[in-house]
Design a binder for this molecule. Structure first.
Ligand SMILES: Nc1ncnc2c1ncn2[C@@H]1O[C@H](COP(=O)(O)OP(=O)(O)OP(=O)(O)O)[C@@H](O)[C@H]1O
Ligand SMILES: [Mg+2]
Length: 346
């Protein structure tokens, strides 16, 4: 039985995962105090995590019908993320572990997103991963747990951040991704031609800052900023992002097919994977390359403790031991896990 905490950004979440990998209880509280600032305020997030955790930890045990003494290991996201939130979550989880004489596992948030798709479905390793979140846009060849090969990454903004900033320019609320998706349905995706930075480059890297600037200039220049203009900006912007993601992922699929052990699955995970238009577009790409598309259910796309508990359970089952002295890290790449796992193995 794993008790997991997720506090790396503005969701406060707790979960209990059974030894079979079933989610016995799961609470996600999206902090709403940030909306009026148009983005996450780290200090407010940390304080809110403290207040929310006090309420939801007992609720989590209650929902699972469990005493804390039945928990075998405690874990929390230890990075990457906002350091204040990471400190709150890890201090609480470590305290619970010490008080109950059980191990504490520091979990990498990106490993949580990467493996989240396996909670409800059997997806075999190796697979290709497109990780699209508020902080990251990366392509990995996931060989197995603890063996991650980074193929490409954004050289500036992440795709989620770009959605949020474009939404802010259009006066929409935070987080902007779901708002843009809603408006895009009513817009014409061919109406505005936006640039697709790095699309012709022969690598798997992304760049979104030029696209963001192009959207900003388009908005500034437009005299008649009516609903239909906003809808068209949203549709054209979203379509441009999708074309970039599809092109780079397709290049990575071709590269992996030639250079690495065979994959059967493309996994698209992270908060932005909740976008239905992205989902539809990747179904066609996968068909073309005889791959299965695996995307987590919507509730497991954004930040959540179930994916952290799941990643912890995999490590627990593989014989990795906990590390009560682990210091949370604001930056902590997936590839950095490759050596650390070997060091921490029993
Ligand atoms: N339907 C959607 N369409 C596009 N983007 C979306 C949608 N739903 C959520 N997002 C975006 O997902 C992002 C949040 O994802 P997530 O919670 O995985 O990121 P994060 O935890 O902040 O970053 P990281 O995981 O890299 O630390 C936000 O930028 C949000 O706008
Ligand atoms: Mg995240």
């Amino acid at each position: 039985m794993i008790f997991a905490l997720e506090t790396s950004c503005d969701e406060t979440s707790t979960s209990i995962i059974s030894p079979e990998g079933k989610i016995l209880s799961h609470i996600i509280v999206k902090q709403s105090d940030h909306e009026k600032f148009g983005g996450v305020v780290p200090e407010i997030a940390s304080r809110s995590h403290i207040q929310i955790l006090q309420k939801i930890i007992p609720q989590t045990l209650f929902e699972a019908g469990m005493e804390i003494s039945s928990i075998n290991a405690f874990c929390s996201t230890c990075g990457p993320g906002l350091i204040g939130g990471l400190l709150v979550g890890s201090t609480v989880a470590k305290t619970m572990a010490i008080a109950n004489n059980k191990p504490f596992y520091p979990i990498n948030h990106l490993e949580g997103h990467a493996l989240s798709v396996q909670i409800n479905k059997k997806i075999d390793f190796p697979f290709l991963l497109l990780l699209i979140t508020g902080g990251h846009t990366q392509i990995y060849y996931v060989h197995k747990i603890g063996s991650y090969k980074l193929l490409g990454t954004t050289i500036d903004d992440s795709v989620g951040e770009t959605f949020d900033k474009v939404a802010k320019m259009l006066g929409m609320k935070y987080p902007g991704g779901p708002e843009i998706e809603k408006r895009a349905i009513q817009g014409n995706e061919k109406k505005i031609q936006f640039p697709k930075p790095l699309i012709k480059n022969n690598d798997f890297n992304f760049s979104f800052s030029g696209l963001k600037t192009a959207v900003r200039l388009k908005i500034i220049k437009e005299k008649n900023k009516n609903n239909s203009f906003t809808n068209d900006v949203c549709a054209s912007f979203q379509n441009t992002v999708i074309e970039i993601l599809l092109r780079k992922t397709e290049m990575a699929i071709e590269y992996v097919n030639e250079n690495f052990p065979k994959i059967n699955n493309l996994v698209v995970a992270g908060g932005v994977a909740a976008n239905m238009q992205i989902n539809k577009s990747f179904i066609s790409l996968c068909k073309k390359h005889s791959l299965k598309l695996a995307m987590p259910p919507k509730e497991l796309c954004g930040d959540n403790a179930a994916m952290i508990g799941w990643a912890c359970l995999q490590r627990f089952n593989l014989g990795y031991k906990g590390d009560i002295n682990f210091k949370p890290r604001p930056r902590w790449g997936l590839e950095e896990l490759n050596d650390e796992i070997l060091v921490n193995k029993i």
